[in-house]
Design a protein around this ligand. Structure first.
Ligand code: 3PG
Length: 396
C-alpha cells in the first residue's frame, strides 16, 4: 500500500486546475530538443489528467538561469517538442506567476494543457520562498509532482507547493518511489547502489542513508573526485568540492562501520580541456596530472563496477553521467566480460516505468553507454561502461 497519494486517488477532477511539476530539463541544440526522453517519461501523467478533464498546468525548470529571464533558458523552446510527444496542443505562458500565468490559466479549456515559463526565472524558486510558493499556488487547486529527477531539490515548485494544496505523485514519481521501496525496503542482497552527479553537497543525506542500507555504493560523477581528494589523492583540475573533505571522510567512516563497500574509480580518463575532440588519456586515479581533469573512468574502474553489478541481487542505479558521452570524446564500449549478465535478460520487475531498483540480477540490462538526457555538460568522472539500463535508473 503506497504511503503517498497517486493519480488513482484523483477521480473527480474535471475542470480542476492541476499544477503538474515535470522535469523538462532536456538537451537542446540550435533551438531544438535533441532528446525527448524526459518529456516522454511525464507524458502518461499529463495525458491521464487531461483525459480526466483537468486543466493541466505544467511547471518546470530549464537549465540554471542566474539572473532572471534569459532567452536561452526559456521553456518556449520546449513547447513544440512537448506538443509532438503528447500529440496535443500545448499553450504557453511567458511567466509562471502573475498576470501572464493567471490569464493563460483562465483561458484554459477543460482537458487543456498549459506550459508555464521556467520557474527558475524567479529567485524564489530555488529559495523555496513562501511568497513565491503562494504565487504559484494561486494558479492551481491540486498539485501533482512527476519530476522525480528534480525531487532532490527542495524548491518552491517541487517541495513548497506540496504544503499548500492537496498533493499527489504522478505516474513517473509513483513508479520510482515504489521501485525504491522494493529496492531499499526489504531487498534481496547483495544490494549495490550507483550514484553520480557533480556534488556531494547536494547528496549528503542520500549518501549517509545509502551506506546504511546497501552492501556496495559505487560513486561516480564529480562526487568521486571529492572522495578521492578526501583520501589525499591529487585530482588536478577535476571538478571537486575540496571543502567537503571532512564530510566525505565521515561518509567513508559510516560506510566502513555499516559494512558497505565504497567503490571509487581506480583509473580515469583525463583531458586538459573540457571540449569535444580534446586529447585524452587514461591514467591511474592516483596519477591525475596537475593540469588535467578527470572526465570519465577508465576500463579497470568499469570492470570493477561491472563485477559489482554481476554480483548484485538488487541494483539501485542513479544517473550515470560522463563527459565522454559527448560522442566526439567518446571511447568505444568495452567488450563484454564472460561473467557479465546475459544480454537483454527478462526483467523481473513488472513496473511499467523507470525502476529505481531491480529486484533480481536477471533484470539487469546490459547496454552502452549509460546516460540520461542532460541540458548541460555533465559532471565528471562518471561511469560510461556500466551495463545497467538508464531506463531502469533513477536520478540522484
Ligand atoms: C537534472 O537535469 O539533473 C534535473 O533536471 C535537475 O536539474 P538541476 O541539477 O539543475 O537542479
Amino acid at each position: 500500500m503506497a504511503s503517498f497519494k497517486t493519480l488513482d486517488d484523483l477521480t473527480d477532477i474535471s475542470g480542476k486546475r492541476v499544477l503538474v511539476r515535470v522535469d523538462l530539463n532536456v538537451p537542446c541544440k540550435d533551438g531544438k530538443v535533441t532528446d525527448a526522453t524526459r518529456i516522454e517519461r511525464v507524458a502518461p501523467t499529463i495525458l491521464e489528467l487531461s483525459d480526466k478533464g483537468a486543466k493541466v498546468i505544467l511547471l518546470a525548470h530549464f537549465g540554471r538561469p542566474k539572473n532572471g529571464p534569459e532567452a536561452e533558458f526559456s521553456l518556449a523552446v520546449i513547447q513544440s517538442a512537448v506538443e509532438a510527444v503528447l500529440d496535443r496542443r500545448v499553450h504557453f505562458a511567458g511567466d509562471c506567476i502573475g498576470e501572464p500565468a493567471h490569464e493563460a490559466v483562465a483561458a484554459l479549456e477543460d482537458g487543456g494543457i498549459l506550459l508555464l515559463e521556467n520557474t527558475r526565472f524567479h529567485k524564489g524558486e530555488e529559495k523555496n520562498d513562501p511568497d513565491f510558493v503562494k504565487a504559484l499556488a494561486a494558479n492551481g487547486d491540486i498539485f501533482v509532482n512527476d519530476a522525480f529527477s528534480a525531487a532532490h531539490r527542495a524548491h518552491a515548485s517541487t517541495e513548497g507547493l506540496a504544503h499548500h494544496m492537496p498533493a499527489y505523485a504522478g505516474r513517473t514519481m509513483q513508479a520510482e518511489l515504489e521501485a525504491l521501496e522494493a529496492g531499499l525496503g526489504n531487498p534481496k542482497r547483495p544490494v549495490v547502489a550507483i550514484v553520480g552527479g557533480a556534488k556531494v553537497s547536494t547528496k549528503i543525506d542520500l549518501l549517509k542513508n545509502l551506506v546504511r542500507k546497501v552492501d556496495a555504493l559505487v560513486i561516480g560523477g564529480g562526487m568521486a573526485n571529492t572522495f578521492l581528494a578526501a583520501q589525499g589523492i591529487d585530482v588536478g583540475k577535476s571538478l571537486c568540492e575540496h571543502d567537503l573533505a571532512d564530510t566525505a571522510k565521515a561518509i567513508l567512516a559510516e560506510a566502513q562501520d555499516a559494512g558497505c563497500a565504497i567503490v571509487l574509480p581506480s583509473d580515469v580518463v583525463v583531458a586538459r580541456e573540457f571540449k569535444a575532440n580534446a586529447a585524452n588519456e587514461t591514467v591511474a586515479a592516483t596519477a591525475i596530472p596537475a593540469d588535467a581533469m578527470a572526465l570519465d573512468v577508465g576500463p579497470d574502474s568499469i570492470q570493477a563496477v561491472n563485477d559489482w553489478i554481476a554480483k548484485a541481487e538488487t541494483l539501485v542505479c542513479g544517473t550515470a553521467r560522463s563527459a565522454l558521452s559527448k560522442s566526439s570524446l567518446s571511447t568505444p564500449p568495452p567488450s563484454r566480460s564472460p561473467n557479465s549478465p546475459p544480454k537483454r535478460p527478462r526483467r523481473a520487475s513488472s513496473s511499467p516505468s523507470p525502476a529505481a531498483a531491480i529486484p533480481s540480477r536477471r533484470s539487469i540490462t546490459p547496454m552502452w553507454p549509460t546516460t540520461l538526457p542532460m541540458s548541460r555538460p555533465p559532471a565528471a568522472p562518471s561511469w560510461n561502461g556500466w551495463r545497467a539500463s538508464p531506463s531502469q535508473a533513477w536520478t540522484c
